[in-house]
Structure formats: C-alpha cells, structure tokens
Design a protein around this ligand. Structure first.
Ligand SMILES: Cc1cc2nc3c(=O)[nH]c(=O)nc-3n(C[C@H](O)[C@H](O)[C@H](O)COP(=O)(O)O)c2cc1C
Length: 193
C-alpha cells in the first residue's frame, strides 16, 4: 500500500507538518509505504505559473497516480486551506483522486475555523473525483509542541487519540481499496483465460 503525504504549509517550521510526520510514522509502523511531499520542495514559479510539465510536478502527478491514498496536511489560512496547497492541487489532472482514500489533517490558531476542511478543501478533492474523503483531524496550535525528536515535536494526548482514530479508519479504507483492486485484477485474469 502506498500513501502520498502532502504538506501544504509554506513555513519551514510547521505544526501541520509535525502532525503529518506523526501520521506517516503510524502508517509506516502498520506496513504502509509513505512518500512525503512538501509544498516547499517545489519551485515556486512552477506552481505560480502552472507549469504542468516541470519534472517535479510530473513526478508528483505520477506518485499520486500510483498511490492508494493521500494524507493532506494544511494550516488554516484566512479561513481556508493554504493558497500554496491550492496551487499544487490545481496541477493535478481532473480524475487524479478517483478511487483513492484521502485523510485531511489541518491545524489552526483556534477552533473558529475548524470546518475549513469541510467547506474549502473537500469541494476541491471532489472536483478531482475523490469519492472517499474521510472525516479529517483538526488540531489547534496549543495541542502541538515543537521538539528535537525525529517527528519534529509532540502532540497532546487528545490529539494523539483523535489522530489514531482517523488513521485507523484511513488504514481500513486503504485495505478495502487494495482488496477491491486485487478482486478486479482476478476478474480480468479470468476473462482473459
Ligand atoms: C497568514 C496566516 C493566516 C492564518 N489564518 C488563520 C485563520 O484564518 N484561522 C485560524 O484558525 N488560524 C489561522 N492562522 C494560524 C495557523 O493556521 C496556525 O498557526 C497553523 O497551525 C500553522 O500551521 P503550520 O505551522 O503548519 O504552517 C493563520 C496563520 C497565518 C500565518
């Protein structure tokens, strides 16, 4: 099983990035391959000028095509997800998320905009034909502390529990998708014989 983890924060030191790293570690511990992509790894001009043919962008599109699921992490900016993340999602072909499972992870300064994923990010994922966007995990800054560990910091107990619940659903969704794909491949093989 392959998951592409996308960090949509433009900040080098990123709280949503810490949540994503914890999520990626949990998935790796459960046998999932995780390919981590950060918005900062892209050339800003490729994103701003929508260069669909840039090597980094085509590699990203290929990775998404191969993935069973996506973890999408973003800070809340002005009551929405980050604009930088939008510039990247805009470069994905229209049906890119068809058949994939997506778990959104968002962080904000307060709970005032905890629904930003629902009203802002989900319509974009739906335009990319994602049929399985899971109930995401929203965290406020005070639940995440920076630290020197491998994951860049720690999460409080409540967030750790909510993240684990979200990841368990995500893992189940990935397993269903993998089983369905194997069944489909078996059916094609039978037809070919
Ligand atoms: C430009 C900017 C706009 C922000 N707008 C909001 C907002 O509308 N609502 C909110 O709850 N937090 C807002 N915040 C706070 C961030 O969402 C919050 O600190 C988040 O955890 C940052 O994530 P990051 O460290 O991964 O970039 C804003 C922060 C910045 C820098």
């Amino acid at each position: 099983m392959l998951v592409v983890s996308i960090s949509g924060s433009p900040s080098t030191r990123s709280r949503s990035g810490v949540v994503l790293k914890h999520a990626a570690q949990w998935l790796a511990d459960h046998g999932v391959d995780v390919k981590a992509v950060r918005i900062q790894d892209f050339n800003a001009e490729d994103l701003l000028y929508a260069r669909f043919d840039s090597p980094e962008v085509t590699a990203f599109i290929d990775a998404v095509a191969k993935a069973d699921g996506l973890l999408i992490g973003t800070p809340v900016y002005k009551a929405s997800f980050s604009g930088a993340l939008k510039t990247l999602l805009d470069l994905l072909p229209e049906r890119s998320l068809h058949g994939k499972v997506v778990l959104p992870l968002a962080t904000g300064g307060s709970i005032a905009h905890m629904l930003a994923v629902d009203y802002a990010l989900k319509p974009v994922l739906s335009a990319l034909k994602c049929q399985e966007v899971l109930h995401g995990v929203f965290a406020i800054d005070s639940q995440i502390s920076y630290g020197d560990n491998d994951l860049g910091g720690d999460l409080d107990e409540l967030l750790t529990q909510r993240l684990q619940d979200g990841l368990e659903h995500f893992h189940l969704g990935l397993q269903h998708r993998t089983n369905a794909r194997h069944k489909e491949a078996g059916g094609h093989l039978k037809l070919a014989l």
